[in-house]
Ligand binder design. Structure first.
Ligand code: 13P
Length: 250
């Protein structure tokens, strides 16, 4: 049985005090929730203080990016040791915004994925097609390439622990969610590719859906057999709406 994971990607939002205040409210509202794993991914600057606030709670902490080298002359970058030190057990890798604006490729995604796994940090590896690719009927070939190249050369055990997020680019921040059937179709395809790569790990890997998830559509998405959780932007920014996502009706 795969435990659902509801992850909030706060992107470039919230100062330290704003982040702490949201997580404080969230902590109170989700006390006792054990059947869904809860994760918040604030900006780097807020990680340390948010970690202090969630210590001993059922909320986990993740970073939004990392660099694969251990240390040295890489101005502006953050290592696995640094995000671990700040309390992170997860890291988002290869978000489409990073692919689009910051030149991430399947190759850098793969390096980051391996660096995270080597440091015992769970990578959430993002894949997803653009609107043009979907309209050109290239969705499956794009996803297959991203999964095969981004997740290449990890061990079977690492493959089971990794999390994949399917985030169609056209659904991010647009209010245009993939229908549960559209999402399920791609999720089951990802699991099939993963089975070819990593055998029985495919039954263990959690595949999250991301792209305009909100309290109104989360339950129908979560009913699908290959959707194991959400990677949520906008609706995770306030404690009230994120709590509704965590407590979606089953
Ligand atoms: P929205 O939920 O705001 O569409 O963002 C999705 C996303 O990119 C999460 O990583």
């Amino acid at each position: 049985m795969r435990k659902p994971l509801m992850a909030g990607n706060w992107k470039m939002n919230k100062t330290v005090s704003e982040a702490v205040s949201v997580v404080k409210a969230l902590k109170g509202a989700v006390t006792g929730v054990l059947d869904v794993e809860i994760l918040v991914c604030p900006a780097f600057t807020a990680l340390y203080e948010v970690n202090n606030e969630i210590k001993g709670s059922n909320i986990n902490l993740g970073a939004q990016n990392l660099f694969w080298e251990a240390k040295g002359a890489f101005t502006g970058e953050i290592s696995t040791a640094m995000i671990r030190d700040a309390g992170c057990s997860y890291v988002i890798v290869g978000h489409s915004e990073r692919r689009q604006y910051f030149g991430e490729t399947d190759e850098t995604v793969n390096k980051k994925t391996k660096a995270a796994l080597a440091a015992d940090i769970t990578p959430i590896v993002c894949v997803g097609e653009t609107l043009k690719e979907r309209e050109d009927n290239a969705t499956f070939s794009v996803i297959e390439k991203q999964v095969r190249n981004g997740l290449a050369d990890i061990t079977l055990q690492q493959a089971s622990l990794t999390v994949i997020a399917y985030e169609p680019v056209w659904a991010i921040g647009t209010g245009k969610t993939a229908t549960p059937d559209q999402a399920q179709e791609v999720h089951s395809f990802i699991r099939k590719i993963y089975a070819q790569m990593y055998k029985e790990s495919a039954e263990k890997v959690r595949i999250l859906y991301g792209g305009s998830v909100n309290p109104g559509n989360v339950s129908d998405l979560m009913k699908k057999s290959d959707i194991d959780g959400g990677l949520v932007g906008g609706a995770s920014l306030e404690a009230e709406s994120f709590t509704k996502l965590v407590k979606y009706s089953k």
